[in-house]
Design a protein around this ligand. Structure first.
Ligand code: URA
Length: 276
């Protein structure tokens, strides 16, 4: 069986970007899990992307698969792109290269010049290389990242449509801090994503024409989309692209938890014969 896979960073300017990435001298260790390495992107870097999505920071599934927005947040975002009729011509980058550690780490460093200038090099590379029709930011920090780029000469010259929407994990983060109930937070996420569908469907040429399907009051498992193998490095098992979660931080102390990601083959993918 032939599979499509992501060919990686084999050409310029991506080769230089992934060789010379900022380390802990730029991303402080008290605010970022630099020890898990940078995770750069997911999607097309071959000139065919028409939608650029800016997320926030990589989590557990991303640290292992080495592509961003692969876990549930990414599957929600993939479902949103599907409703735009975009199933191939997209590229995701994150606001931060490394996973944010601790409360407020992202907000504390969103204005750091070296973080911003490296991210702007990525956005410049993507918009120079591909005909980007729309840019979407997921959440407030990603919106700030976009605005920092917009303030540069190349950003100011961009003609891409822009919209900022709530981050896919807004329901979990907003409800955990007690600001709103989870149900209300899901309703707000859906409302924001429906606004995106209204704004962008008229301005993006879809990969496939799909009927308009607005979100209801919440996001259900049926609204998630698996991650295409063409977005992943070669050889990743299929269950790493599928919907069931397979990676989590584990450990009894903060120190051990930071040092440990447990990867487990989901039950549905345990197709080997049972032990006698
Ligand atoms: N994973 C990412 O890579 N980015 C996000 O914004 C959320 C989860």
């Amino acid at each position: 069986m032939d599979r499509e896979f992501d060919q990686g960073y084999h050409r310029q300017p991506y080769l230089d970007l992934v060789s010379g990435y900022p380390d802990e001298s730029v991303y402080p260790l008290d605010s970022f899990r630099v020890e898990w390495g940078p995770v750069f992107h997911r999607g097309r870097l071959d000139g065919s992307a028409r939608v650029l999505i800016i997320g926030q920071d990589p989590a557990t599934h991303e640290a292992i698969s080495r592509r961003i927005l692969v876990g549930e947040a990414g599957q929600r975002a993939q479902g949103l792109l599907a409703r735009l009729g975009i199933d191939r011509s997209y590229v995701f980058i994150n606001t931060f290269l490394y996973s944010v550690y601790g409360q407020g780490g992202g907000a504390r460093h969103i204005e750091d010049p070296a973080i911003t200038s490296y991210r702007n090099r990525w956005i410049n590379a993507i918009v120079a290389d591909q005909k980007i029709e729309a840019i979407i930011s997921l959440g407030q920090l990603a919106d700030q990242a976009y605005k920092q780029w917009l303030a540069t000469p190349k950003g100011a010259a961009s003609t891409a449509a822009y919209i900022t929407v709530r981050h896919p994990t807004y329901p979990e983060s907003a409800s955990s801090s007690g600001q709103v109930t989870k149900a209300e937070a899901f309703a707000r996420l859906c409302e924001s994503w429906n606004q995106l569908l209204d704004a962008l469907r008229p301005v993006i040429a879809p990969d496939a024409v799909v009927p308009l399907r607005k979100y209801g009051a919440t996001i259900t498992p049926a609204d998630l989309m698996p991650i295409p193998t063409r977005d992943m490095p070669p050889g990743l098992p299929d269950w790493m692209c599928a919907l069931d979660a397979w990676a989590m931080r584990t450990g009894d102390t903060a120190q051990v938890k930071r040092a440990t990601i447990t990867v487990q083959v989901p039950t549905a993918a345990r197709t080997w014969p049972p032990a006698p």
